[in-house]
Write a new protein. Structure first.
Length: 82
């Protein structure tokens, strides 16, 4: 990810789309819950991991560790401010 603005777009646009789909009742509540789960645990883990790997903070093989809350918390500054 080249800059912080594009990173924030990558993490907020899918969530906004998901919320709009839910408000317009195009998806069921159980589908919303499943997609939200996917967003939080798969999509965000992957995007955060790629950003940290591109910054040479973690290796690509360690991306899965971002599911662990403490591991992600240790890199908050690198994820959201740099």
């Amino acid at each position: 990810m080249k800059n912080l603005r594009s990173y924030y777009l990558l993490i907020t646009v899918p969530l906004g789309i998901l919320i709009c789909l839910n408000k317009s009742e195009l998806i069921t509540s159980s589908m919303f819950a499943g997609l939200l789960f996917f967003y939080l645990f798969v999509y965000r883990t992957f995007t955060d991991g790629i950003k940290l790997a591109n910054q040479n903070i973690i290796q690509k093989s360690e991306i899965w560790k971002l599911i662990i809350p403490g591991f992600r918390m240790a890199h908050l500054k690198e994820l959201y401010l740099k």
